[in-house]
Design a protein around this ligand. Structure first.
Ligand code: EPU
Length: 384
């Protein structure tokens, strides 16, 4: 079904709560709606939108916003240890995560509570706590606007990288994702090495007894996903914690820990408008990193340790740390504010912040960091 709204208010459809309009808002609920859509007759340009959780509307949008509200899910058993689940592009990504955990399936638990929908997970390669969407995506179905046909895209061809893919670069505007297939495992594969995950599990004080882990809340996804297919059931992972002993972990335990970390650090988009991390974490050369260390030690003393991660082509320095060092925690510009608990996030603190308030604060942060550390931060949030 295709639903159209002219001159549509988008403030309830972007998590930053920007009060902007688009010329036309179109919602489709089935893949079959796409070939019959008269694309040339739509106000241009056409912007395909998921949950609106990674966008900053900088002004009224002159074209068409197309929301893929395709919300089905199918499950298929690949082997005794693997399963595939295909979700429509409009399925809320965290509903899928909740369902996987409740079924004892391993794969997306570290990605719990990321706002947004399934389609965006494949465009943006969403990631958190050491896992990225590309690690579990096994197939993508899309409408090819150029060739006017449906295609099945191999994720190996998508050039996935840190929060990027060909859907954001050379394929921009060409494919409309209708469904994503995720590969899930019954065999335990806990990923606990990202800072804070082990500690959160240990601190939760929950030492689950095998077989008694309560299923997580299924949230809005209740009923959307087919229940068990009589597989091998939840396999727990026995993980050694130096202070606590052995914990027997199910995917739901890791999901709960991740939700706890996120809720402590990140604003709930229902309460405070934001688009999650506003900037990408930059990667610098070793020489550049040494200069950052020297600056940090001038500011904080000779033994100060700069947080960083070695990555393939350099050293990743958390933008949150630089923003904090530049004194921006809690800084305001009109209704916009750098979030106190996680300064990588800019929030619509007043609820009525304008795009200019957000962009003004963005520019202040970029300038201060360029001046102090010689790094140009790039926004992670797409500006429209
Ligand atoms: N840090 C500070 N001060 C702070 C907060 C953080 O110095 O107030 C430093 C700490 O050293 C900390 C480091 O920054 O160890 C990293 O912080 P965090 O673990 O919160 O992660 P991040 O790099 O700031 C990224 C993602 C988040 C994701 C987390 C966890 C990006 C742009 N952001 O943030 O993703 O949840 O890692 O994996 O890569 C999102 O994309 O919207 C998002 C929230």
């Amino acid at each position: 079904m295709v639903t159209r709204y002219d001159n549509c208010d988008l403030s309830g459809r972007n998590t930053f709560r920007m009060k902007v309009k688009c010329a036309l808002f179109v919602e489709v609920t089935a893949e079959e709606d796409l070939p019959v859509l008269d694309w040339d007759a739509l106000p241009q340009p056409v912007l395909v939108m998921g949950g609106g959780s990674n966008l900053l509307f900088t002004k009224d949008f002159p074209g068409t916003v197309l929301h893929m509200a395709i919300c089905h899910s199918e499950r298929s058993e690949e082997s005794r240890s693997e399963e595939s689940v295909t979700c429509g592009a409009g399925v809320v990504f965290d509903d899928f995560c909740a369902w996987a955990a409740s079924e004892g399936l391993w794969g997306p638990e570290n990605l719990s509570l990321i706002p947004g929908e399934v389609g965006a997970s494949a465009v943006q390669n969403i990631g958190a706590y050491g896992v990225e969407a590309k690690d579990i995506i096994s197939g993508i179905r899309a409408w090819d606007r150029q060739e006017a046909c449906f295609v099945d895209i191999d994720p190996a061809d998508c050039a996935y990288g840190y929060r990027t893919s060909k859907f954001k670069t050379e394929w921009k505007g060409r494919f409309v994702i209708t469904a994503v297939t995720y590969r899930l495992s019954r065999t335990p594969q806990p990923r606990l090495d990202y800072g804070g995950v082990r500690e959160a599990l240990e601190e939760s004080g929950k030492v689950p007894v095998p077989g008694t882990c309560p299923p997580p809340d299924m949230g809005r996804g209740r009923g959307l996903f087919p229940k068990g297919m009589g597989g091998a059931g939840t396999e727990r992972s026995e993980v050694e914690f130096p202070g606590t002993g052995t914990l027997s972990l199910a995917p739901g335990d890791i999901r709960d820990a991740i939700i706890g970390i996120r809720q402590a650090k990140l604003p709930a988009v229902e309460e405070l408008g934001s688009a999650g991390s506003f900037f990408c974490n930059p990667v610098v050369s070793r020489e550049h990193f040494e200069r950052i260390v020297a600056t940090a030690r001038e500011d904080n003393g000779p033994d100060y340790q700069v947080p960083h991660y070695e990555v393939g082509d350099g050293i990743k320095v958390p933008a949150a740390w630089m923003i904090e060092q530049c004194g921006f925690k809690g800084a305001r510009n009109g209704g916009a504010q750098v979030y106190q608990n996680q300064p990588l996030v800019i929030v619509n603190a007043s609820g009525t912040a304008s795009p200019q308030d957000i962009i003004g604060l963005e520019n202040q942060v970029i300038q201060a960091i360029a001046q102090k550390y010689g790094i140009t931060l790039h926004p992670e949030v797409e500006h429209v």
